[in-house]
Design a protein around this ligand. Sequence first.
Ligand code: F6R
Length: 605
Amino acid sequence: MCGIVGYTGKESALSPVLEGLRRLEYRGYDSAGIALVVKKGDPLWLEKRAGKLGNLESILDSVPESHSGIGHTRWATHGGPTDVNAHPHVDNEGKLALIHNGIIENYVELKAMLTARGHIFKSETDTESVVHLLSDARKAHNGDLAAAMREVCGELRGSFTLLAVHSDEPGRIVGARRNSPLVVGVGDGENFLASDVSAFIAHTKRALELGQDEVVDITADSIVITDLAGTVLPHREYEISWDASAAERGGYAHFMLKEIYEQPKSIADTLIGRTAGLDASITAGIDLQGIEKVVIIGCGTAYNAGLVGKYAIEKWANISVDVELASEYRYREPSVDNKTLLIPISQSGETMDTLMAMRYAREKGARVFSVCNTNGSTIPRESDAVLYTHAGPEIAVASTKAFTAQLVAMYLLALHLGKVRGFISADLENEIERELTDLPGKVEQVLETVEPLRALTRQFKDATSVLFLGRHVGFPTALEGALKLKELAYMHAEGFAGGELKHGPIALIDQGTPVVAIMPTENSLLAEKMASNIQEVKARGAIIIAIADAPLASADHLIRIPKTHEFLQPVLAVVPLQVISYEMAIARGNDVDQPRNLAKSVTVE
Ligand code: F6R
C-alpha cells in the first residue's frame, strides 16, 4: 500500500523517480506526487495530483534539472484522495519533503504539540505531523537529516516507511522503516530507495535488505545503514533473480492476463528441483516430528491457498491443521506453543495482518515455516524456515500466478511433512510427485481452451449475483473464484461448500442465477454428491457453468479441464475462474489491473 521511490545520482532524477512510480503504481493509485531538490537552499520543486499517476504526468512540463528526488503513489488512509493530501508533504519553509507508507497512530497528539509550536498544517493526513517533527529535529541536530530521522522514529507509534530530502543537502536521501517495506537499490554512481525492487530493476539487480527500525542515508556514492541509536550496521546484499521484462506487460493488454498466461512457467519454476521432495535442510532447526498442530494463516487469496493446504497436510501427513484469517487470528489470542507449526502464506511477504499474527505466534513459541514469493521481505526474514514460490513479480492487484504457485508450495510442504513423519505411502508419494511434474503442461492445456469463455462471460455481465459451488478442495477453489469476481467485476459473488447449500444459501437461487460449479474428479464419491447439488439448484432456475474433468449432462455450459490427482485439481480449475473474472471486468468496463478501492501489498491493518 503506497509506493515509495527515491533516486540520487548522475541521471536527471525525474526520469528514474517517474519510472519507479509507474512500476509501483499497483501499490496505490489514488494520488501521486514528486519532490525534487533543484538548488541548494532553495525551496524544493514539488508537484502532486489526486487520481492516477497519469494525472500527475500530464502536468509535468518544464521540470527543472535535479539529481535527487522522491516520489509517492498513494492509497489513502487518513484524509481523502485530494491534491493537498497527496504526498510529498513539506515543512513550512518548503525545503524539507517527506513521503510515507503506513499509519502514524499518535499523529493527533503530535499535531497538537506541533501546532502549539507554531507549525502550520495544510492536509488532513497523519504524515504531515512527521514532516514538521522532522523539521524541528533537524534543526536541533544542526542540519543532520539522518540524526533527525533516528530521533523522530523513536517518537512515532504505528507503521511506516519514510523518505525525506532537504534542499540544504542536495543528493542526500534519508529513509527509515518499521513494519512497512523499504529496499535499497545499489547502483554505479547512483542509488535508489523503494517499496520494492521493481522500482529500480531496470537500473540495478543489487539490493540491500533493511531491517526493522533501521535508518538508511544515501547519496550517489554512499549508503549508510544504522539502527535508531546510530550504530552503523553491515550491508545485507542480495541479487534480484528476475529482470525488468518480468515487470512489464510484454504485449499483453493487462498485467493480469500476462500473469494468468505465465502460470505454466511460474508453477514449473516453483517445482524446479523439488519434485522429488524438499531438501531436508529447508526445515533445519524445526523439529517436525514433535509438531502436534499446524496453523496456516493468510489473507484473501493466500488464505484460500491455505485452505487447500489443510486438505493435503491432514491427509498426507496426518496432522491436524487450522486455517485462520490472519487478521482474526492474532486478536483472539489463540493458544499456541512450541509444538505448533505456523505456516504464514504471503505473496508480498509484507502483509501487515499476516506479519502481526506471525509475530504473535512466534512470541508464544510457535515455529514458523513461511511460504512467500518475495525475497528479502519481512515475513521470510522473521521466519525459522521459508519455502519460496518462484512466481516472479506479480503486478496486477488481483492475484493469479502467485495463488497457483502457493498451491504448489502447499503440496510440496504437505508431502515433506508426510515423509518426515513417516505417514505417506511410497505409492501415493510417487503418484503426487508425478502429477505435480505434469501440472505445468496441464495448465497450458487449460489456457489453450479458454477462448470461448469470453463470449460466455458476456452473457452474464448483467447478473446481480454469481454463486460458486465446490466440495473438498473445490470449496476453497469456489471461494477464490468468488473473490476474483468481486474484486475485478464489482459483482456480488459468493463461494459455498456444495453440502451447505440446503442450510441456507439455496434461497439465493432465482430464475437465471449463474452458478459456477467446480466438479470433483470423475468417479469420486463427491462427484455424485456434487451432481445432486447441481440438480437442486437447476430445479430452482440456476444456470450451471461447470468446470469438470468429465462430461456433465446437467451443465448448461461445460468447461473441461484435464484430469489430475483430486487434491491438485484447484491448480487447473482456478484458471478458467481467473479468465472469467478478467473477461467480466472488461465486459463491465472496469480497470483490470487497478480495481477500485484496492491496492496490492496491504501494509496497514
Ligand atoms: C486477491 C489478493 C489479495 C491478497 C492478500 C494477501 O486477489 O491479491 O487477497 O492475496 O491481500 O496478500 P499477500 O499474499 O501479499 O500477503
